[in-house]
Design a protein around this ligand. Structure first.
Ligand SMILES: Cc1cc2nc3c(=O)[nH]c(=O)nc-3n(C[C@H](O)[C@H](O)[C@H](O)COP(=O)(O)OP(=O)(O)OC[C@H]3O[C@@H](n4cnc5c(N)ncnc54)[C@H](O)[C@@H]3O)c2cc1C
Length: 413
């Protein structure tokens, strides 16, 4: 391939022979039908080789943009290449919303759904839980539609790109809503010990950020509809200005704070669409653990603070509600997500990831599919009750292994 294609982070250079940008679903079907090995590249925001292939890499960014709101205004049908940032203005203009968003709007909907990408909120399922229907091209080029309740649907949504090319998704929508975002500085370990469930439940979406330079949580971000009472938040001080999630970075790319009400899509993500999200030079890892063990999990991270802090930009804790999607990191488990934004140096970061995974092991962590992890695939498989059913579903949709790559082979075992 003459064009050098990398993921967003730049830590993965794709090994594809050819790169395609089809402009219609029919072209895409022909491409899949003729190919030996195909993977789709969404917006490239995953941090491992899951999107890689030695065959044909396909971007759906040039497909016609589709945003079809159903007559009953309960769902929206979108194409397989659309990004959240492209979708939300249409929904907002129609007085509609998605129930949640990730930290950034730059990612493709299909890529986010297939990895069970999430935001925060005790009662908010991950973004894949909004999927009511999925249209995909299977290994033989046939286009099939699965709707919620159909056999295999619960296995196909978080499909790791292994079942086929997702050409369209139907998502549940809700009436548009306003959110206010408040930031507090310096939340102590004592406050967590006394009130962690109340802290995590203080808003529609709550995130805690720490760079582990000390044992104090640097920032608590609370997103909710109702105004917060003035004064401290479980002892943490209201921030005296806008903050970036990574302590010390300028807040220009962050969404508006200080309790100013605004539309859901301008407050639920941490980062604005028109800026580079996060630090821009980074790797990421994340693990989901049972929420009832949240304090134990935070303490496990603190126990390896001296190992991780030198390569850590920030650690974020979020909550996600349980769901029934077979390969969701939140499958049947109300979860605490432990996210890590590392420096952009794989060699330096991997030993810290391994130490962290060892510290978290007693909590049965499920690694985020789209991020860096070193856990042995057999251990990962063992964390999913429905893994065998998922593997059977992959074989049914893709008997010839057109969508296999080394990463998928490793996970399937
Ligand atoms: C700065 C930053 C912030 C992030 N914040 C969050 C966050 O808040 N919460 C969170 O959970 N994650 C977060 N992530 C991770 C990110 O959401 C996931 O990695 C997600 O997969 C990105 O979607 P993508 O389209 O960029 O995926 P890609 O990296 O392009 O692809 C991921 C997988 O999806 C497959 N795929 C993509 N499109 C299709 C399709 N149409 N059909 C079939 N397969 C497809 C690819 O083959 C690949 O296997 C963040 C990442 C970055 C870089």
């Amino acid at each position: 391939m003459s064009e050098r294609v990398t993921n967003w982070a730049g830590n993965v250079v794709f090994g594809a022979q050819r790169f395609h940008r089809p402009t219609s679903v029919a072209q895409l079907q022909d491409l899949v039908g003729a190919a030996e090995r195909v993977r789709v590249l969404g917006s490239g925001h995953s941090f491992n080789r899951m999107a890689d292939t030695g065959g044909d890499l396909v971007s759906l960014a040039a497909l016609p943009r589709t945003v079809e709101i159903s007559d009953d205004r309960r769902t929206v049908r979108v194409d397989g290449g659309i990004r959240y940032g492209d979708l939300v203005p249409h929904l907002d203009a129609a007085g509609l919303a998605l129930h949640n968003l990730a930290s950034l709007p730059h990612i493709s909907v299909a890529g986010a759904v297939t990895t069970a990408t999430h935001g925060s909120g005790e009662r908010n399922g991950n973004l894949a839980t909004a999927v009511a229907g999925i249209e995909l091209i299977r290994g033989d080029g046939e286009l099939v539609t699965l709707r919620r309740g159909d056999p295999g649907f619960a296995g196909a949504v978080v499909g790791l790109g292994a079942l086929g090319v997702v050409t369209a998704l139907t998502l549940d929508v809700v009436p548009a809503f306003e959110i206010r975002q408040y930031v507090y500085d310096d939340l102590t370990r004592d406050a967590l010990e006394e009130s962690l469930p109340e802290i995590l439940g203080a808003g529609y979406s709550v995130s805690l950020f720490s760079n582990w330079a000390s044992t104090t949580i640097n920032h608590a971000w609370v997103k909710r509809s109702e105004p917060m009472p003035g004064g401290p938040f479980f002892g943490a001080r209201p921030a005296d200005g806008p903050r970036h999630p990574i302590p010390g970075l300028p807040a220009d790319n962050s969404t508006q704070q200080a309790g100013v009400p605004g539309p859901w899509h301008a407050r639920l993500p941490h980062f604005r669409m028109e800026f580079t999200p996060s630090s821009g030079a980074e790797l990421q890892s994340e693990y989901m653990v049972p929420r009832e063990r949240a304090l134990e999990a935070i303490d496990a991270v603190a126990s390896v603070r001296s190992v991780i802090a030198p390569v850590l930009q920030v650690n974020e804790f979020r909550t996600v509600a349980a769901d029934g999607l077979w390969l969701s990191m939140n499958y049947r488990r109300d979860s605490l997500g432990l996210h890590f934004t590392w420096i952009a140096d794989t060699e330096a970061v991997l030993p810290a990831v391994a130490a962290l995974e060892e510290a978290l092991a007693p909590l049965d962590p499920r690694p985020h599919w789209g991020k860096v992890f070193t856990m042995d695939p057999a251990t990962v498989r063992g964390r999913y009750e429905k893994f065998t059913d998922f593997a059977a579903l992959v074989r049914e949709h893709d008997p010839a292994g057109v969508f296999r790559n080394d990463w998928v082979e490793g996970i399937l075992g």
